[in-house]
Design a protein around this ligand. Structure first.
Ligand code: AMP
Length: 424
């Protein structure tokens, strides 16, 4: 029987890279939690309409990237391709808009699934950490969110992060602009790739996403939404920029940035990392003041958020040679120095572990030398050596693996002695 292949585009994470993955994940999540965002969890699947209505029928995600299937009850379910639509759905289900204390500030983390063409940095299963602030339209909130994502990426270890910012204005202002953009696209009708030609009637903004040959050049001269947004959205955008500039955040104004989802309004932004090649966006987000209504809520319920990609950030760190040294696997290795001491060794390792100290042992009969080699591979700082004579005398030997110094300690003191030796 052959070993089953791993699913294409769905990476496994094993040591030591899995530790880097966790470091990045924790840096993202901690940044959000420390700013007062609270953890939420939603299921990995939703009724398909949550994403179809939320993300928008004109998007790549909805048109060709969703993992959609029928469950045994005949319902159409979709594995989540992103977090926002599902989290807004969850907040609406819980009646959060009727709550007194708004905005609510949420943080989430999880795996997401898109049927994309796999390449470096683009996978079919990937991990995102995200935040969403729901129920307010205050520009300070936009600035807070934009800055938080930037700080999260820096905290994960990225040194060169570019922050691109744009405003897509309010939906009410889009009508005349759509006409203008469609009129512009008419001039290139015979050059538009089929997907752009088809989708531009659903949402001509999607033409800005297209990387088809010739398209970026066509779009470079297209009328820009930022030049046609309403007064309120414009004032909002200027305020967001002022707040960020006052905090010294380097902004790159990018009028072509629309991001590939239909729900965005006003503030939109993306973070890119140097050394990542074509897939250089490590995160992005924006405001989505119309999303709740798209999902069927009777009133406007504004929101803003971002998602940062953990996998791609790890790649960026690797590309820039910024992966931190792996932490020692354990601090202490318990070493069996002779026969018949397995139980004692197991007891010592258990005592250390129960006391919250990290410890490992290999009691499979290999030589002491081999055990010390394993201790070295684990980057352990201490060895607790246990031989038959020591067992008989109620003693153990504590060895500093750096200096080679060692001394006898009472068996009963092993936890206190190890703890004291590990203190800086
Ligand atoms: P998005 O939800 O498309 O705004 O993506 C936010 C971030 O998630 C991106 O900047 C990437 O870091 C990450 N991401 C999105 N799609 C993928 C993918 N197919 N593979 C790996 N990372 C992804």
């Amino acid at each position: 029987m052959d070993l089953p292949d791993p699913v294409k585009g769905a990476p496994d994470w094993l040591p030591p890279e899995a530790a880097t993955f966790d470091t990045v994940h924790d840096a993202f999540l901690r940044t959000a939690l420390e700013a007062g965002y609270q953890r939420v969890r939603t299921p990995v699947f939703e009724h398909t309409e949550v994403f179809a209505r939320g993300i928008g029928e004109s998007t790549d995600i909805v048109q060709k990237e969703m993992y959609t299937f029928q469950d045994r009850g005949g319902r159409s379910l979709t594995l989540r391709p992103e977090g926002t639509a599902a989290i807004v759905r969850a907040a609406l289900t819980a009646g959060v808009p009727r709550q007194a204390a708004l905005p609510v500030k949420y943080a989430y983390a999880g795996d997401f699934y898109r049927y994309e063409r796999p390449q470096s940095g683009r996978q079919r299963a990937f991990h995102q950490v995200g935040v969403e602030a729901l129920g307010a339209q205050d520009p300070v909130l936009d600035a807070e969110i934009v800055l938080l994502g930037y700080e999260a990426l820096r905290r994960a270890g990225l040194q060169e992060v570019t922050l691109r910012l744009n405003s897509l204005g309010d939906r009410e202002d889009r009508g005349p602009y759509r006409e203008r953009l469609n009129a512009y696209l008419d001039r290139f009708a015979d050059q538009l790739p089929p997907d752009v030609a088809e989708r531009r009637h659903l949402n001509p903004l999607r033409a800005f996403d297209s990387k088809a040959p010739g398209m970026p050049e066509i779009m470079a001269n297209a009328p820009r939404l930022i030049d046609h947004i309403g007064e309120a959205a414009k004032a909002h955008h200027e305020q967001v920029c002022r707040l960020l500039e006052a905090e010294g955040v380097p902004l790159t104004h990018d009028p072509l940035l629309v991001r590939g989802l239909d729900y965005y309004t006003r503030t939109t932004f993306e973070y890119t990392a140097a050394d990542l090649g074509a897939q250089n966006a490590v995160g992005g987000g924006g405001r989505y003041d119309g999303l709740a209504e798209d999902l069927g809520w009777p009133e406007r319920f504004p929101g803003i958020g971002w998602a940062l990609g953990v996998d791609r950030t790890v790649l960026a760190l690797q590309g820039a040679g910024l992966v931190p040294e792996p932490a020692p696997r354990v601090d202490t290795f318990v070493v069996l120095a002779g026969e018949g001491v397995g139980q004692e060794a197991f007891a010592a390792a258990t005592a250390l572990r129960r006391a919250g100290l990290s410890a490992d042992l290999l009691a499979d009969g290999r030589s002491m030398r081999a055990q010390l080699k394993a201790a070295d591979r684990a980057h352990a700082r201490l060895a607790v050596l246990i031989g038959p004579r020591e067992v008989a005398e109620g003693q153990l030997t504590l060895r500093d693996l750096g200096s080679g110094e060692q001394r006898s300690i009472a068996r009963a003191d092993v936890v206190a002695e190890v703890r004291a030796s590990l203190e800086p």
